[in-house]
Design a protein around this ligand. Structure first.
Ligand code: PHE
Length: 451
Protein backbone atom coordinates (compact mmCIF):
# COMPACT_ATOMS: atom_id res chain seq x y z
CA UNK A 1 0.00 0.00 0.00
CA UNK A 2 1.24 3.51 -0.80
CA UNK A 3 2.01 5.35 2.40
CA UNK A 4 -0.52 8.10 2.92
CA UNK A 5 1.96 10.54 4.27
CA UNK A 6 5.13 10.68 2.31
CA UNK A 7 6.61 13.69 3.99
CA UNK A 8 9.03 11.58 6.04
CA UNK A 9 8.08 13.58 9.07
CA UNK A 10 8.05 10.81 11.59
CA UNK A 11 8.64 7.17 12.41
CA UNK A 12 9.62 4.83 9.59
CA UNK A 13 7.35 1.89 10.49
CA UNK A 14 4.51 0.85 12.77
CA UNK A 15 6.91 -1.21 14.85
CA UNK A 16 9.14 1.81 15.20
CA UNK A 17 6.19 3.92 16.31
CA UNK A 18 5.00 1.30 18.81
CA UNK A 19 8.46 0.84 20.27
CA UNK A 20 9.19 4.54 20.52
CA UNK A 21 5.84 5.30 22.12
CA UNK A 22 6.14 2.27 24.38
CA UNK A 23 9.65 3.41 25.26
CA UNK A 24 8.23 6.77 26.19
CA UNK A 25 5.53 5.13 28.26
CA UNK A 26 7.68 2.53 29.99
CA UNK A 27 10.06 4.17 32.34
CA UNK A 28 10.61 5.10 35.93
CA UNK A 29 6.83 5.31 36.15
CA UNK A 30 6.66 1.55 35.83
CA UNK A 31 9.75 0.39 37.65
CA UNK A 32 10.15 3.08 40.27
CA UNK A 33 6.82 4.88 40.78
CA UNK A 34 4.33 2.03 40.27
CA UNK A 35 5.77 -0.23 42.97
CA UNK A 36 6.00 2.45 45.62
CA UNK A 37 2.55 3.86 44.83
CA UNK A 38 1.14 0.35 45.11
CA UNK A 39 3.03 -0.03 48.39
CA UNK A 40 1.65 3.20 49.81
CA UNK A 41 -1.89 2.30 48.77
CA UNK A 42 -2.11 -1.13 50.23
CA UNK A 43 -1.37 -3.44 47.29
CA UNK A 44 -3.58 -5.59 45.13
CA UNK A 45 -6.93 -3.77 45.22
CA UNK A 46 -5.08 -0.70 44.05
CA UNK A 47 -3.58 -2.68 41.16
CA UNK A 48 -7.01 -3.88 40.02
CA UNK A 49 -8.26 -0.34 40.02
CA UNK A 50 -5.16 0.71 38.12
CA UNK A 51 -5.68 -1.91 35.42
CA UNK A 52 -9.31 -0.93 35.14
CA UNK A 53 -8.31 2.69 34.55
CA UNK A 54 -5.63 1.74 32.02
CA UNK A 55 -7.97 -0.16 29.76
CA UNK A 56 -11.30 1.57 30.26
CA UNK A 57 -10.00 5.13 30.26
CA UNK A 58 -6.32 4.96 29.36
CA UNK A 59 -6.65 3.39 25.93
CA UNK A 60 -9.51 5.58 24.61
CA UNK A 61 -7.91 8.73 26.02
CA UNK A 62 -4.58 7.73 24.57
CA UNK A 63 -6.25 7.26 21.19
CA UNK A 64 -7.81 10.72 21.46
CA UNK A 65 -4.50 12.31 22.20
CA UNK A 66 -2.79 10.48 19.35
CA UNK A 67 -5.59 11.52 16.99
CA UNK A 68 -4.93 15.18 17.80
CA UNK A 69 -1.29 14.68 16.88
CA UNK A 70 -1.71 12.58 13.80
CA UNK A 71 -4.55 14.59 12.36
CA UNK A 72 -2.68 17.87 12.68
CA UNK A 73 0.87 16.60 12.13
CA UNK A 74 1.93 19.31 14.54
CA UNK A 75 3.43 20.07 17.96
CA UNK A 76 1.21 20.61 21.02
CA UNK A 77 0.51 24.29 20.26
CA UNK A 78 0.35 23.97 16.50
CA UNK A 79 -2.08 21.06 16.76
CA UNK A 80 -4.79 23.10 18.51
CA UNK A 81 -4.08 26.14 16.36
CA UNK A 82 -4.71 24.04 13.31
CA UNK A 83 -7.64 21.88 14.48
CA UNK A 84 -9.47 24.67 16.30
CA UNK A 85 -8.49 27.83 14.41
CA UNK A 86 -11.51 29.79 15.57
CA UNK A 87 -11.50 28.79 19.21
CA UNK A 88 -8.26 30.07 20.61
CA UNK A 89 -9.13 28.77 24.09
CA UNK A 90 -8.06 25.29 23.08
CA UNK A 91 -4.53 26.57 22.78
CA UNK A 92 -4.56 26.67 26.55
CA UNK A 93 -4.19 22.90 26.28
CA UNK A 94 -0.99 23.43 24.36
CA UNK A 95 0.32 25.68 27.11
CA UNK A 96 -0.71 23.19 29.80
CA UNK A 97 1.14 20.47 27.91
CA UNK A 98 4.33 22.48 27.66
CA UNK A 99 4.28 23.43 31.33
CA UNK A 100 3.53 19.85 32.38
CA UNK A 101 6.34 18.50 30.20
CA UNK A 102 8.72 20.99 31.79
CA UNK A 103 7.76 20.15 35.35
CA UNK A 104 7.64 16.39 34.83
CA UNK A 105 11.01 16.42 33.15
CA UNK A 106 12.39 18.46 36.06
CA UNK A 107 11.59 15.95 38.78
CA UNK A 108 11.90 12.91 36.55
CA UNK A 109 15.48 13.78 35.67
CA UNK A 110 16.36 13.81 39.37
CA UNK A 111 15.43 10.15 39.69
CA UNK A 112 17.01 9.40 36.33
CA UNK A 113 20.19 10.88 37.77
CA UNK A 114 19.91 8.56 40.79
CA UNK A 115 19.77 5.59 38.45
CA UNK A 116 23.05 6.70 36.87
CA UNK A 117 24.61 6.97 40.29
CA UNK A 118 23.47 3.42 41.04
CA UNK A 119 25.10 2.22 37.85
CA UNK A 120 28.36 3.52 39.27
CA UNK A 121 27.77 2.28 42.82
CA UNK A 122 26.92 -1.20 41.60
CA UNK A 123 29.82 -1.47 39.20
CA UNK A 124 32.34 -0.27 41.76
CA UNK A 125 31.04 -2.98 44.11
CA UNK A 126 30.03 -0.53 46.80
CA UNK A 127 26.68 -2.16 47.34
CA UNK A 128 28.14 -5.64 47.80
CA UNK A 129 28.06 -7.19 51.26
CA UNK A 130 26.01 -4.41 52.86
CA UNK A 131 23.00 -5.22 55.03
CA UNK A 132 19.59 -3.62 54.36
CA UNK A 133 20.16 -0.84 56.91
CA UNK A 134 23.49 0.10 55.38
CA UNK A 135 21.98 0.10 51.93
CA UNK A 136 19.20 2.43 53.03
CA UNK A 137 21.75 4.66 54.69
CA UNK A 138 23.78 4.84 51.51
CA UNK A 139 20.73 6.04 49.59
CA UNK A 140 19.86 8.68 52.16
CA UNK A 141 23.44 9.95 52.33
CA UNK A 142 23.62 10.26 48.58
CA UNK A 143 20.32 12.04 48.01
CA UNK A 144 20.97 14.46 50.87
CA UNK A 145 24.16 15.87 49.42
CA UNK A 146 24.06 18.77 46.99
CA UNK A 147 26.66 18.10 44.36
CA UNK A 148 26.35 14.51 43.18
CA UNK A 149 22.60 14.33 42.57
CA UNK A 150 22.87 17.51 40.50
CA UNK A 151 25.89 16.21 38.66
CA UNK A 152 24.15 12.99 37.64
CA UNK A 153 20.99 14.81 36.73
CA UNK A 154 23.00 17.08 34.48
CA UNK A 155 24.67 14.15 32.73
CA UNK A 156 21.25 12.65 32.14
CA UNK A 157 19.94 15.84 30.58
CA UNK A 158 22.96 15.94 28.28
CA UNK A 159 22.46 12.31 27.23
CA UNK A 160 18.81 12.92 26.43
CA UNK A 161 19.51 16.09 24.51
CA UNK A 162 22.20 14.42 22.41
CA UNK A 163 19.77 11.79 21.20
CA UNK A 164 16.94 14.23 20.61
CA UNK A 165 19.26 16.45 18.56
CA UNK A 166 19.86 13.51 16.21
CA UNK A 167 16.21 13.60 15.17
CA UNK A 168 13.21 11.30 15.13
CA UNK A 169 14.36 8.33 13.06
CA UNK A 170 18.11 8.47 13.61
CA UNK A 171 17.85 9.28 17.28
CA UNK A 172 14.60 8.41 19.01
CA UNK A 173 13.45 5.47 16.89
CA UNK A 174 16.83 3.86 16.42
CA UNK A 175 17.77 3.83 20.11
CA UNK A 176 14.43 2.72 21.51
CA UNK A 177 14.27 -0.20 19.07
CA UNK A 178 17.49 -1.60 20.46
CA UNK A 179 16.89 -0.85 24.11
CA UNK A 180 13.34 -2.01 24.77
CA UNK A 181 13.73 -5.76 24.06
CA UNK A 182 16.78 -5.95 26.31
CA UNK A 183 14.83 -4.32 29.11
CA UNK A 184 12.09 -6.94 28.86
CA UNK A 185 14.46 -9.90 29.12
CA UNK A 186 16.14 -8.46 32.17
CA UNK A 187 12.87 -7.74 33.90
CA UNK A 188 11.81 -11.35 33.47
CA UNK A 189 15.07 -12.61 34.95
CA UNK A 190 14.64 -10.28 37.92
CA UNK A 191 11.16 -11.64 38.56
CA UNK A 192 12.38 -15.19 38.59
CA UNK A 193 15.03 -14.36 41.18
CA UNK A 194 12.67 -12.42 43.39
CA UNK A 195 9.99 -15.13 43.29
CA UNK A 196 12.43 -17.81 44.37
CA UNK A 197 13.57 -15.95 47.50
CA UNK A 198 12.63 -17.44 50.87
CA UNK A 199 9.63 -15.51 52.15
CA UNK A 200 8.48 -14.38 48.71
CA UNK A 201 4.95 -15.56 49.46
CA UNK A 202 3.88 -12.57 51.51
CA UNK A 203 4.87 -10.24 48.71
CA UNK A 204 2.83 -12.17 46.19
CA UNK A 205 -0.20 -12.06 48.47
CA UNK A 206 0.28 -8.33 48.86
CA UNK A 207 0.24 -7.99 45.08
CA UNK A 208 -2.50 -10.37 44.11
CA UNK A 209 -4.95 -10.90 47.00
CA UNK A 210 -7.27 -7.93 46.84
CA UNK A 211 -8.22 -6.23 50.08
CA UNK A 212 -10.87 -3.71 49.11
CA UNK A 213 -10.99 -2.16 52.55
CA UNK A 214 -7.71 -0.44 51.65
CA UNK A 215 -9.32 1.64 48.91
CA UNK A 216 -9.99 5.26 49.82
CA UNK A 217 -10.97 8.32 47.78
CA UNK A 218 -7.32 9.27 47.70
CA UNK A 219 -6.21 5.95 46.35
CA UNK A 220 -8.72 6.15 43.49
CA UNK A 221 -7.18 9.47 42.53
CA UNK A 222 -3.71 8.03 42.83
CA UNK A 223 -4.57 5.00 40.72
CA UNK A 224 -5.85 7.22 37.95
CA UNK A 225 -2.86 9.55 38.28
CA UNK A 226 -0.51 6.59 38.10
CA UNK A 227 -2.30 5.18 35.04
CA UNK A 228 -2.06 8.50 33.23
CA UNK A 229 1.52 9.07 34.31
CA UNK A 230 2.63 5.62 33.30
CA UNK A 231 0.95 5.82 29.90
CA UNK A 232 2.26 9.39 29.45
CA UNK A 233 -1.30 10.62 28.89
CA UNK A 234 -2.58 14.16 29.33
CA UNK A 235 0.53 16.27 28.71
CA UNK A 236 1.12 16.22 24.99
CA UNK A 237 3.79 13.53 24.67
CA UNK A 238 1.29 11.49 22.71
CA UNK A 239 0.24 14.44 20.57
CA UNK A 240 3.90 14.90 19.73
CA UNK A 241 4.61 11.22 19.00
CA UNK A 242 1.18 10.87 17.41
CA UNK A 243 2.21 13.47 14.87
CA UNK A 244 5.02 11.11 13.87
CA UNK A 245 2.79 8.06 13.39
CA UNK A 246 2.23 7.18 9.73
CA UNK A 247 -1.21 7.70 8.25
CA UNK A 248 -1.55 4.02 7.37
CA UNK A 249 -0.95 2.71 10.91
CA UNK A 250 -3.87 1.47 12.97
CA UNK A 251 -4.27 3.75 16.00
CA UNK A 252 -6.41 1.31 17.97
CA UNK A 253 -3.99 -1.60 17.84
CA UNK A 254 -1.05 0.75 18.34
CA UNK A 255 -2.62 2.12 21.52
CA UNK A 256 -3.52 -1.35 22.80
CA UNK A 257 0.07 -2.47 22.33
CA UNK A 258 1.44 0.51 24.19
CA UNK A 259 -1.00 0.15 27.10
CA UNK A 260 -0.57 -3.64 27.26
CA UNK A 261 3.21 -3.54 27.23
CA UNK A 262 3.29 -0.74 29.77
CA UNK A 263 1.01 -2.58 32.19
CA UNK A 264 2.89 -5.83 31.73
CA UNK A 265 6.19 -4.18 32.65
CA UNK A 266 4.63 -2.47 35.67
CA UNK A 267 3.33 -5.81 36.96
CA UNK A 268 6.70 -7.42 36.32
CA UNK A 269 8.29 -4.62 38.33
CA UNK A 270 5.85 -5.31 41.16
CA UNK A 271 6.72 -9.02 41.05
CA UNK A 272 10.43 -8.23 41.12
CA UNK A 273 10.15 -5.93 44.06
CA UNK A 274 7.45 -6.94 46.57
CA UNK A 275 8.51 -10.50 47.30
CA UNK A 276 11.94 -9.04 48.03
CA UNK A 277 10.54 -6.24 50.18
CA UNK A 278 8.84 -8.75 52.45
CA UNK A 279 11.64 -11.29 52.31
CA UNK A 280 14.04 -8.65 53.67
CA UNK A 281 11.61 -7.28 56.21
CA UNK A 282 11.44 -3.84 54.59
CA UNK A 283 8.39 -1.60 54.44
CA UNK A 284 6.35 -1.61 51.22
CA UNK A 285 5.38 1.98 51.97
CA UNK A 286 8.92 3.37 51.85
CA UNK A 287 8.02 5.83 49.08
CA UNK A 288 10.31 7.04 46.29
CA UNK A 289 13.37 5.30 47.71
CA UNK A 290 11.80 1.82 47.49
CA UNK A 291 13.59 0.55 44.39
CA UNK A 292 16.94 1.91 45.43
CA UNK A 293 16.78 0.47 48.91
CA UNK A 294 15.28 -2.90 48.10
CA UNK A 295 16.78 -4.20 44.91
CA UNK A 296 20.43 -4.02 46.04
CA UNK A 297 19.50 -6.55 48.74
CA UNK A 298 18.10 -8.87 46.12
CA UNK A 299 21.28 -8.59 44.10
CA UNK A 300 23.39 -9.29 47.17
CA UNK A 301 21.51 -12.51 47.69
CA UNK A 302 22.04 -13.93 44.25
CA UNK A 303 24.92 -15.56 42.45
CA UNK A 304 26.42 -13.13 39.97
CA UNK A 305 24.48 -10.41 41.76
CA UNK A 306 27.04 -7.71 41.19
CA UNK A 307 27.03 -8.13 37.44
CA UNK A 308 23.28 -8.39 37.50
CA UNK A 309 22.90 -5.20 39.47
CA UNK A 310 25.07 -3.25 37.03
CA UNK A 311 23.00 -4.49 34.14
CA UNK A 312 19.77 -3.75 35.96
CA UNK A 313 20.64 -0.18 36.79
CA UNK A 314 21.93 0.39 33.28
CA UNK A 315 18.57 -0.79 32.01
CA UNK A 316 16.66 1.30 34.49
CA UNK A 317 18.60 4.29 33.20
CA UNK A 318 17.74 3.26 29.67
CA UNK A 319 14.04 2.97 30.49
CA UNK A 320 14.28 6.43 31.99
CA UNK A 321 16.15 7.68 28.95
CA UNK A 322 13.52 6.58 26.43
CA UNK A 323 11.00 8.49 28.56
CA UNK A 324 13.06 11.65 29.01
CA UNK A 325 13.53 11.65 25.24
CA UNK A 326 9.76 11.80 24.83
CA UNK A 327 9.47 14.56 27.42
CA UNK A 328 12.13 16.70 25.81
CA UNK A 329 10.69 16.09 22.36
CA UNK A 330 7.44 17.81 23.41
CA UNK A 331 9.37 21.00 24.12
CA UNK A 332 11.73 20.67 21.18
CA UNK A 333 9.11 20.07 18.50
CA UNK A 334 7.19 23.07 19.77
CA UNK A 335 10.25 25.33 19.67
CA UNK A 336 11.27 24.04 16.24
CA UNK A 337 7.85 24.48 14.65
CA UNK A 338 6.54 27.53 16.44
CA UNK A 339 9.67 29.53 17.23
CA UNK A 340 11.64 28.25 14.22
CA UNK A 341 14.64 27.32 16.31
CA UNK A 342 17.04 24.60 15.24
CA UNK A 343 16.67 21.24 17.01
CA UNK A 344 20.01 21.81 18.64
CA UNK A 345 19.15 25.21 20.06
CA UNK A 346 15.72 23.99 21.16
CA UNK A 347 17.14 20.93 22.92
CA UNK A 348 19.92 22.82 24.66
CA UNK A 349 17.83 25.74 25.90
CA UNK A 350 14.96 23.51 27.08
CA UNK A 351 17.37 21.26 28.92
CA UNK A 352 18.95 24.23 30.66
CA UNK A 353 15.57 25.43 31.85
CA UNK A 354 14.76 21.93 33.07
CA UNK A 355 18.06 21.83 34.91
CA UNK A 356 17.25 25.02 36.78
CA UNK A 357 13.84 23.81 37.97
CA UNK A 358 15.15 20.27 38.38
CA UNK A 359 17.91 21.46 40.70
CA UNK A 360 15.28 22.65 43.18
CA UNK A 361 13.63 19.23 43.00
CA UNK A 362 16.94 17.44 43.55
CA UNK A 363 17.92 19.64 46.48
CA UNK A 364 14.56 19.11 48.15
CA UNK A 365 15.91 15.79 49.42
CA UNK A 366 18.79 17.59 51.15
CA UNK A 367 19.43 21.29 51.81
CA UNK A 368 15.92 22.33 50.74
CA UNK A 369 14.05 19.57 52.52
CA UNK A 370 12.38 22.07 54.83
CA UNK A 371 10.87 24.09 52.02
CA UNK A 372 7.23 23.05 51.76
CA UNK A 373 4.67 23.93 49.10
CA UNK A 374 1.13 23.10 50.22
CA UNK A 375 2.64 20.65 52.66
CA UNK A 376 4.83 18.89 50.08
CA UNK A 377 8.55 19.04 49.45
CA UNK A 378 9.41 20.66 46.11
CA UNK A 379 9.97 17.28 44.48
CA UNK A 380 6.74 15.88 45.84
CA UNK A 381 4.86 18.98 44.88
CA UNK A 382 5.99 18.75 41.24
CA UNK A 383 5.09 15.06 41.14
CA UNK A 384 1.65 15.54 42.70
CA UNK A 385 0.86 18.68 40.73
CA UNK A 386 1.48 16.95 37.42
CA UNK A 387 0.40 13.35 37.96
CA UNK A 388 -2.58 14.04 40.19
CA UNK A 389 -3.87 17.28 38.73
CA UNK A 390 -2.37 18.46 35.44
CA UNK A 391 -2.44 15.12 33.64
CA UNK A 392 -6.07 14.33 34.57
CA UNK A 393 -7.03 17.87 33.52
CA UNK A 394 -5.13 17.43 30.26
CA UNK A 395 -6.75 14.07 29.68
CA UNK A 396 -10.19 15.54 30.40
CA UNK A 397 -9.82 18.31 27.86
CA UNK A 398 -8.26 16.08 25.21
CA UNK A 399 -11.27 13.79 25.44
CA UNK A 400 -13.67 16.73 25.36
CA UNK A 401 -11.87 17.96 22.28
CA UNK A 402 -12.29 14.65 20.47
CA UNK A 403 -15.73 13.81 21.87
CA UNK A 404 -17.41 17.20 21.58
CA UNK A 405 -15.36 19.60 19.51
CA UNK A 406 -13.89 17.79 16.52
CA UNK A 407 -16.64 16.65 14.12
CA UNK A 408 -17.47 12.97 14.56
CA UNK A 409 -16.75 12.28 10.88
CA UNK A 410 -13.21 13.57 11.27
CA UNK A 411 -12.59 11.37 14.29
CA UNK A 412 -13.90 8.36 12.40
CA UNK A 413 -11.85 9.27 9.38
CA UNK A 414 -8.69 9.31 11.48
CA UNK A 415 -9.41 5.99 13.22
CA UNK A 416 -10.44 4.24 10.02
CA UNK A 417 -7.53 5.73 8.05
CA UNK A 418 -9.99 7.39 5.68
CA UNK A 419 -12.14 4.31 5.38
CA UNK A 420 -9.32 1.82 4.81
CA UNK A 421 -9.77 0.14 8.20
CA UNK A 422 -13.01 -1.13 9.66
CA UNK A 423 -12.87 0.47 13.14
CA UNK A 424 -15.77 -1.67 14.37
CA UNK A 425 -15.14 -0.54 17.92
CA UNK A 426 -15.94 3.05 16.95
CA UNK A 427 -19.34 3.28 18.64
CA UNK A 428 -18.02 2.09 21.97
CA UNK A 429 -14.98 4.28 21.66
CA UNK A 430 -17.07 7.32 20.91
CA UNK A 431 -19.45 6.64 23.77
CA UNK A 432 -16.58 6.33 26.23
CA UNK A 433 -14.92 9.48 24.96
CA UNK A 434 -18.09 11.52 24.95
CA UNK A 435 -19.59 10.47 28.26
CA UNK A 436 -17.76 7.95 30.39
CA UNK A 437 -14.23 9.31 30.25
CA UNK A 438 -15.07 12.97 30.89
CA UNK A 439 -17.43 12.10 33.74
CA UNK A 440 -14.99 9.71 35.33
CA UNK A 441 -12.09 12.14 34.99
CA UNK A 442 -14.15 15.01 36.34
CA UNK A 443 -15.39 12.95 39.22
CA UNK A 444 -11.93 11.82 40.21
CA UNK A 445 -10.55 15.33 39.86
CA UNK A 446 -13.27 16.90 41.97
CA UNK A 447 -12.90 14.24 44.64
CA UNK A 448 -9.21 15.05 44.73
CA UNK A 449 -9.65 18.78 44.87
CA UNK A 450 -12.42 18.76 47.47
CA UNK A 451 -10.88 16.20 49.79
N1 PHE B 1 5.34 7.36 31.27
C1 PHE B 1 6.65 7.66 31.74
C2 PHE B 1 7.04 6.60 32.75
O1 PHE B 1 6.28 5.76 33.07
C3 PHE B 1 6.74 9.02 32.35
C4 PHE B 1 6.31 10.08 31.42
C5 PHE B 1 5.21 10.85 31.72
C6 PHE B 1 6.98 10.27 30.24
C7 PHE B 1 4.77 11.79 30.84
C8 PHE B 1 6.53 11.21 29.35
C9 PHE B 1 5.44 11.96 29.65
O2 PHE B 1 8.12 6.62 33.23
Amino acid sequence: MEPLNNNNRGFSSNLGAILAATGGAIGLGNIWRFPYTVGENGGSAFILMYIFFVFLLGVPVMMSEIIIGRRSQKNVMGAFKMLAPKQKGWMGMGVLSLVAALIIYSFYSVVAGWTLNYVILSSSGELVGKNPTEISQLFVNFTQTSFWPLFHQFIFLVLTASIVILGVQKGIERYTKILMPILLILMILMCIRSLTLDGARQGIDFLFKPDFSKITGDSVLEALGQALFSLSIGMGALITYGSYIRKEDNLFTTSLWIAGADTFIAILAGISIFPAVFAFGLSPAAGPSLVFEVLPNVFNSMPGGRLFSVVFFVLLSIAALTSTISLLEVLVLWAVEELHWSRRKAAILSSLLVFIIGAFCALSFGPLSDVKLFGHTIFDFCDTLTATYMMPIGALFFTLFIGWYLPKAEVYDELSNSGQLKARYFKIFYFIIRYIAPLALLNVLLTGILS
